[in-house]
Every structure is written in structure tokens, then in C-alpha cells.
Write a protein that binds this ligand. Sequence first.
Ligand SMILES: [Zn+2]
Length: 296
Amino acid sequence: MFVRLGRCLWSRSPFLPCCRSSMSAATGFVSGPVVQNVEAEKLFGHLKLASHDSLRGARRAACPSCGHTSHTICMHCYVPVGGVVFPQIERLPIPIDVIRCVIEGNRSTSPHAKLVCPSSVTLYDWPAIPDYKRGTKVILLFPSKDAVSLENFISAERRTLQPVAGEIPFDRALFIDGTWKQAKRVARDERLASLPRVILENVDTTFWRPQGEFAANNLATIEAIYHFCVQLHDMTSGTAHNGEFDNLLWHYVHTYSHVVSTQAIRRAAAASAAEDHQPSTAAHKVEEEESRAAAQ
Ligand SMILES: [Zn+2]
């Protein structure tokens, strides 16, 4: 079952492989029906997403593996909790590794990819990093000064290697999931020094609270993984992406819709409270004027 929800914003930008979600602290992730708002429709209406029914009304519950109480995902075991059923993607264009800065905890979005496509995604908790065998070609998705665009990297590799048509000229892709500050620290690790650095172009974040020195154009990790898969597919498969990887954003879109709706409700409540306060303020001013006049 698919839900069609808007249109995504696209523009040139580097990406920030991190996510500092405010969904728990700011909204409490209130259970109950999620309001599908106009903003979400505009941004995500073109996506082919599975139904969000199992996420609606989800409550905190004990992880079936470790017993920790969580909301929708156990970040220790990377399993769904509370009856949430993640849609499945059989395989991504290439295996993906993610180094998670665990301090991110429930704010991290890379586990969404692990739960939607477990066969292609491996998560590592920093300071652990993948131990790649000699000869494994790995690219690091990270917006450093020496990074090249995915398109330019593939073109250069093809000129050098002359691979078979449609073949992806590297074996794995590595992402870093953390705050911008954490990601920069991980990227400086000497164990990652030899990896070519690649950035995604023509994508804008839809994250509700962008951060870091690249401001609003930075992507949450799950956004970066999604756009990387789409661009890689389009550049190497010979066919245009047709929603095959959209469910990578399944949980993200639900959270976005919830956060934006909650923010709208809060703004409306604040405006209403201000209106209620208005007459008393005016009355108070009248009283002040009357007191001042009486004192003169
Ligand atoms: Zn667990």
C-alpha cells in the first residue's frame, strides 16, 4: 500500500551527515493520529511510501531483545518496538556503512536505513569503524574541501578503470551520523584519511532543525543515504529512479509531518493566548492611566 504525499526541494548543496532531531524533546512524539499537513504534502507528495498506520499511535514499549524502553526503534539493537512495522527494501545499489556517534541516541536517523534494508546497511558505533580489506574501494560521503561530486567521481573512475557499462566503480559507501561537530571529529580520524571524499549535489535538506556551518542545506543522515541511492541509481543503472528507495524516508516523513504539525499547533496556541492576553493588557494600561491622572 502506498501513500502519495508533494514535491521535494532540490538545489546545489553539500551535505551534513547528521541529524539532531528535536522530536522527543520538543514534541514528546505524542501518540495518536499524525496530521498530514500541507507542508509535508508539498515536500514528499511524490514519494511512494508504505502506509504509516503502524507508526500512528505508536507508544513507548520494551525492546523484545534487550528490554530497554523505546519509541518505535531500539537504538541499542536496531529493532522496531511497539508494534511498528518497517517497510522493506531488498537491496540498495551498493552496501552502505554508517559510523554512528552514539551520543546522538534516539535522534539518529541512520537506523531507519538499517531497519528498512538490513541486507545493505551496517552500523558502527564510534569509535569503532569498518575494517576494510585491502583493495576494497570505499568512498566517504562528507563535505570536506577536497570532496568531489558523486557525478564527477564516477566519471573520473570510469575514465581510469573503464568498467563494464552500468557497473558501479566502487564497492561500498561510508557515512557519518552525528552532530556536525562530531562528524568533523570522526572525519579527521587517520583510519579514514585514505578514503576519497564525495559530496551530493542538487539536494536541499527538509530537516526541521538544520545545523552546522553549512546552515539550511545540510542533510540529515537518512536524507543523505536516500539521495545518494537515488543519484547512484540514476547515474549507473541506465534507468531513472521510480520510487524504489523512497521507503528509506518512511520514518523520516512521518516524523517531519508530526513535528511540523505540532509546531503549527503550538504557534496557534501561542497566538490565541496572546489574543486572550490583549484585553487585560489594555485594561491594565487604562488602569495605569487612571492612576497617573488621579495622582496629578
Ligand atoms: Zn534493544
